[in-house]
Design a protein around this ligand. Structure first.
Ligand code: ADP
Ligand code: ZN
Length: 741
């Protein structure tokens, strides 16, 4: 650690100043003086005084022309013991800020997200035995035990040595102080042990082999994006593992981005089986110490392979050689607060800046990616078949108009007779059933039978969702987290026992399964059922171990899992995602249902999918029934092209929020009035958002569309600069929006 000991006036070199980017949402970098004798190349991570506190930032450029008077100049206080941020990473930060219209400091904050990792390393250093017992030092029995267990001369942590020798930590430190032991660095923890590229190479099928060869050839050969387009169960993971192996052979690091890191237990096991050790992981559930160690290991180049959520894209890799985006079509890659960016798109940007290959893997690629592939910007490798001869499942539609669910003694039911029969047959054979409904809780709406009052969130334009936890009924807002006990009487008319639950959530479907198949072992798989990643992993294990017969799950189950015993997938409501949807509703529904269907029959047993619908002729539903992805994509593309929607045009959303609705509406109108006239540029709105109140804020939206070849950012920037925004209001710009609520 370097500290400025002298006062700034004493050690100032009047000419030497640098521009430091601080991790704050401010418009510009700040200038600081460089203490004499310090070398601070661009990218150096430094601690600087900012408004009465000290923050870690990064030297971004020189500041020769800066005119701050010497008396006002503040000085850099400290240099972090971490390699400087690479030119590529700095360029990436600039690029993301420019593209998303975010403050550059807000993007840098995602890079320097773990300030503890920048503090001097005080990590647990270990001890070894001295060469010989030092003369004059007393030999107690405790010390003799210590001496003996350190015989191998491998460094050991103080705690470990104390435990093995059955002495206190103080005894270890005592002998260390007297020269009987010597400090020694401990080897890096096992989690960052280097994976072995050749630990256990799988025997690839011919198509897998050809695909892997293409990906391997790309390693070390510069920037290129390849779409790995393979049906569910085709072995996409095995194939991109070969590219990861090649990166390891060449001494580089690989990053694998996944949409839902809590659910990667199976993936981690497969990685360990293939490479001998576990990879590093990155997600919001890490402990502070894990975050710190992982950040450092990535920056030092020790962590060779990292699997992470989208935020991993901003880590300071020392030698990044490959980025894989698994399930690239997933909307979860879009960050919806703070800096609004799309992880897949920014992965491609980082790949291009780092001059490394990017692999996008999916069984249902996004229309954006397919358009890029068709235009020749991305290469494509295809895995047309499931691995090991497993067949694709048969998809049948259950027409709810012809065969509606029968009313039972408990009231309404949701599973129609053909699906109920299929569940019975599957259970009879000892195989597993997955019932899919993308709705958490018991019922999405509660109303009063007496007066019609609907239970609504006090903070949001949203119905409260009923959850049942044993006998207790709770109401929850899925937007802001507001929760309350189900009241005893209707808050509007005072009627008792008047509430009815409307519509099903997964808990209600599980209840119906319990009534119809009391013997079946049930499991609800939804994000709110587990406290942490460990809980979800245990649930998935119990499915794989066939300890569960019927799984009722939300989209949490759609992704990537492989359950050989699962042969029936029932989609409770195939229409739900299509109602009142945004521009991607059809695409998303197709992807989700196709993925869910892909869970069926992945082993030796044939799989079957039944989708309940009121509208079998609906194009998305019909395409799913026929398994005709190409027809669906073609129709969807034609529709989008005609309307100039992504990927054939550009969109940006502007969201105006204020506590006072009139104020938000007025700002939105001002913005509309000031909207620039330019070729092809169009404005929709302003209009109250669908979620017109969220967490107590009133929201209005505008939507800008432009042809693909128009650069929207400069236009948006000058437009917004021309409208005064009161401090009490917030205006957010969402480039390439995915949420339209
Ligand atoms: P996808 O991601 O394309 O849906 P996976 O990569 O999950 O498919 O593979 C499906 C299953 O097949 C996994 O259990 C995987 O381990 C297995 N598998 C795929 N390819 C091979 C192979 N070449 N050798 C052995 N097992 C394979
Ligand atoms: Zn709410």
């Amino acid at each position: 650690m370097i500290r400025a000991h002298a006062t700034p006036e004493e050690n100032a070199d009047a000419g030497r100043r640098v521009a430091v980017r601080v991790p704050l949402p401010v418009g510009a970098d700040y200038t600081y003086g460089v203490p004499e004798g310090w070398e601070l190349p661009p990218g150096t991570v430094v601690k600087v005084p900012v408004g009465g506190r000290e923050l870690w930032g990064a030297v971004w450029a020189g500041a020769e022309g800066d005119a701050t008077p010497a008396s006002k100049l503040k000085f850099i206080a400290e240099v972090a013991p971490t390699p400087p941020l690479s030119p590529a990473l700095r360029k990436f930060v600039d690029w993301v800020a420019e593209y998303t219209l975010s403050a550059p400091g807000a993007v840098l904050r995602m890079v320097l997200s773990v300030p503890a990792a920048l503090e001097p390393v005080t990590g647990p250093s270990g001890v070894v035995r001295a060469d010989a017992w030092p003369a004059g030092v007393r030999r107690t029995p405790a010390r003799q035990r210590l001496w003996a267990i350190l015989e191998s001369r491998e460094p050991m942590s103080v705690a470990e040595a104390a435990r093995l020798a059955d002495v206190g930590d103080a005894a270890v430190r005592g002998l260390l102080g007297e020269g009987g032991l010597v400090s020694a660095a401990l080897p890096p923890p096992e989690i960052f042990a280097a994976p072995d590229a050749d630990a256990a190479c799988p025997v690839l099928g011919p198509e897998q082999d050809a695909a892997a060869a293409v990906l391997k050839r790309g390693i070390g050969a510069g920037f290129a994006v390849t779409l790995l387009d393979g049906v569910t169960g085709s072995g996409k993971t095995e194939v991109y593992f070969e590219a990861v192996a090649e990166v390891l052979r060449q001494g580089g690091q690989a990053l694998v981005l996944v949409p839902e890191i809590a659910l990667t237990a199976q993936w981690l096991e497969r990685f360990r089986a293939r490479f001998g050790v576990a990879p590093a992981v990155w997600h919001s559930g890490l402990t502070p110490a894990q975050r710190r160690d992982t950040w450092r290991a990535v920056a030092q180049g020790e962590a060779k392979v990292l699997i992470g959520a989208r935020s991993a894209l901003f880590l300071p890799f020392a030698a990044l050689g490959l980025i894989v985006v698994d399930e690239e079509h997933e909307q979860a890659f879009k960050q919806e607060d703070g800096v609004l960016y799309h992880g897949r798109d920014m992965a491609v940007v980082r790949g291009s800046i780092e001059a490394i290959p990017v692999v996008l893997a999916s069984a249902t690629p996004s229309l954006e990616t397919l358009a890029n592939a068709r235009a020749g910007r991305y290469a494509t490798v295809v895995l047309p078949r499931r691995h090991g001869g497993a067949e694709m499942p048969t998809v049948d539609l259950v027409d709810l108009r012809k065969t509606p669910p029968e009313t039972g003694d408990r009231g309404r039911n949701w599973l129609a007779p053909p699906l109920v029969a299929a569940i019975g047959e599957t259970l009879e054979k000892g195989e597993q059933v997955l019932l899919y409904l993308n709705r958490r809780g018991y019922a999405p709406l509660t109303l009063c039978r007496a007066c019609g009052h609907r239970m609504q969130c006090p903070q949001c334009t949203a119905w409260l969702v009923e959850h049942r936890d044993g006998g207790r009924k709770r109401l929850q807002c899925h937007h802001c987290g507001h929760a309350e006990r189900m009241p005893d009487v209707c808050p509007s008319c005072g009627a008792e026992d008047s509430f009815v639950a409307c519509g099903p959530g997964v808990e209600r479907i599980a209840e119906e399964v319990a009534a119809r198949f009391p013997e079946a072992r049930r499991l609800i798989l939804a994000s709110d059922q587990f406290s942490g990643p460990g809980g979800a992993a245990a649930a998935l294990d119990s499915i794989a171990a066939r300890e569960v017969d019927v799984i009722v799950g939300t989209q949490m189950v759609a992704k990537g899992h492989h359950f050989p015993g699962l042969t029936l997938v029932g989609v409770v409501d195939a229409d739900v995602g299509l109602a009142g949807g945004d521009l991607r509703a059809a695409e998303r529904t197709f992807q989700l249902l196709h993925q869910v269907a892909g869970r069926a029959g992945r082993g030796d047993l044939h799989g079957r999918v039944m989708m309940q619908t009121y509208d079998p002729a609906q194009p998305v539903i019909a395409a799913l029934a026929k398994g005709d992805r190409d027809a669906f994509v073609a129709a969807e593309q034609t529709g989008r092209k005609a309307l100039g929607l992504p990927p054939f045009g550009r969109l940006a959303a502007v969201i105006v929020a204020a506590k006072d609705d009139a104020q938000a509406a007025a700002i939105a109108r001002d913005l509309a009035r000031a909207f620039p006239k330019a070729e092809g540029l169009r404005l929709y709105g302003p209009a109250p958002a669908i979620l017109s109140r969220l967490r107590g804020w009133s929201r209005h939206r505008l939507l800008v569309s432009a042809p693909r070849d128009v650069r929207l950012q400069p236009l948006l920037r000058s437009w917004l600069a021309g409208v005064a925004i009161p401090r009490a209001a917030r205006v957010r710009i969402d480039i390439d929006p995915y949420s339209f609520l």
